[in-house]
Design a protein around this ligand. Structure first.
Ligand SMILES: Cc1cc2nc3c(=O)[nH]c(=O)nc-3n(C[C@H](O)[C@H](O)[C@H](O)COP(=O)(O)OP(=O)(O)OC[C@H]3O[C@@H](n4cnc5c(N)ncnc54)[C@H](O)[C@@H]3O)c2cc1C
Length: 304
């Protein structure tokens, strides 16, 4: 079904926005911080912790990036005041990476500094391949001064092994995910799902056997099983790793992981800039995508 996924991925951005919004709501906690706080509290009642993401990416002017920094500082303050079990996830291009790398570094550093005051943690999300070098460099620079920062790696990247060898000596706290930027060319990313899973397995084992803290971010049960087998093989303690899942995806698996005694963190995005994030999520849900396209077609042809 890969060709079908690719086809729908190309069509989705042209589906009317209001229509996409209806279906993307399951993946977004709401437009405001209050909405997100309510969702985090609900997760906490299920023994699940969170990472809050203020939606927004590819920021083109400095004022917008600085506004996002201020918003994140407000989020950190709220997490502290309301005693939420949550950290934050930030996107480098929202912090101004595409405007100026040094500006982005300073923005991320100021958030890490602020988070440190509250004994909190900042995860730097990983975006498309044009951002990977700068993101890892910024994370390693900040990590020289602060221990409350980490980033992510993508198993679909052909360059992954080299990145691991760079990040492991600094014991960077890493989230592993498959990779969400579906338009990357074959020269840059593996396209075959079984190779991506092998690469994911390799990265997990290499990181966990080298004493790095790992966030296993997936809804793929094969990878969950592999993570559990590595935890057993190296007799790891529950505070050496965590599982992560996206808000709105596979609540049953979420419950199974938590009830087996493992730490689980849910990525909770909120805000008004929901479109780009939602397209990536909908694309990963082929059933929903074909449903949306069918209904859009019926609507356009007046048959709905
Ligand atoms: C906490 C977290 C943080 C992430 N951070 C990043 C990041 O920084 N950078 C980045 O590039 N990517 C990130 N991702 C996205 C990731 O790269 C994948 O695109 C996404 O998680 C799907 O991969 P999967 O491991 O779930 O496997 P898949 O093989 O895609 O899915 C496994 C199963 O879960 C189901 N599933 C997966 N996604 C959905 C969905 N949206 N709706 C319904 N069912 C679904 C599938 O249908 C399948 O049954 C993150 C993912 C998570 C969980």
């Amino acid at each position: 079904m890969n060709w079908f996924n690719n086809l729908v991925a190309q069509i989705l951005p042209f589906v009317p926005k209001p229509f996409v919004k209806i279906f993307s709501q399951q993946y977004i906690a709401g437009e405001n911080l209050d909405d997100a706080v309510a969702k985090v509290k609900e997760l906490m009642s299920q023994n699940i912790c969170a990472t809050l993401d203020l939606l927004g990416e590819e920021v083109k002017i400095k004022e917008d990036a600085l506004h996002a920094v201020e918003m994140y500082k407000q989020i950190l303050k709220t997490i502290h005041e309301q005693k939420l079990d949550s950290n934050i996830s930030v996107k480098p291009t929202q912090m101004g990476l595409k405007i100026d790398k040094e500006f982005c570094y300073n923005n991320i550093k100021s958030l890490v500094e602020e988070a440190k005051k509250y004994n909190n943690f900042v995860r730097i999300d990983i975006e498309d391949s044009s951002c990977v070098d700068d993101t890892h460099e910024i994370c390693m620079r900040v990590a020289k001064e602060y221990d409350n920062v980490g980033t992510a790696i993508q198993a679909y990247m052909r360059r992954l092994i080299g990145d691991l060898n760079k990040l492991i000596p600094m014991k960077i706290n890493l989230r592993i995910c498959k990779g969400a930027y579906y338009w990357e060319p074959r020269s840059v990313v593996y396209k075959d799902g079984s190779i991506i899973n092998d690469s994911y397995d390799y990265a997990m084992e290499k990181l966990l056997s080298n004493g790095c803290y790992v966030a296993v971010a997936t809804h793929d049960e094969k990878l969950v099983f592999k993570a559990l087998s590595i935890v057993d093989k190296y007799s790891l303690e529950p505070d050496q790793y965590e599982f992560q899942m996206l808000y709105g995806v596979d609540r049953e698996l979420r419950k199974i992981i938590v009830e087996s005694g493992h730490r689980l963190r849910v990525y909770v995005p909120f805000g008004k800039e929901w479109f780009a994030y939602s397209i990536r999520r909908l694309k990963e849900n082929p059933k929903m995508v074909s449903y949306i396209i069918k209904n859009t077609f019926l609507k356009i042809t007046g048959r709905a």
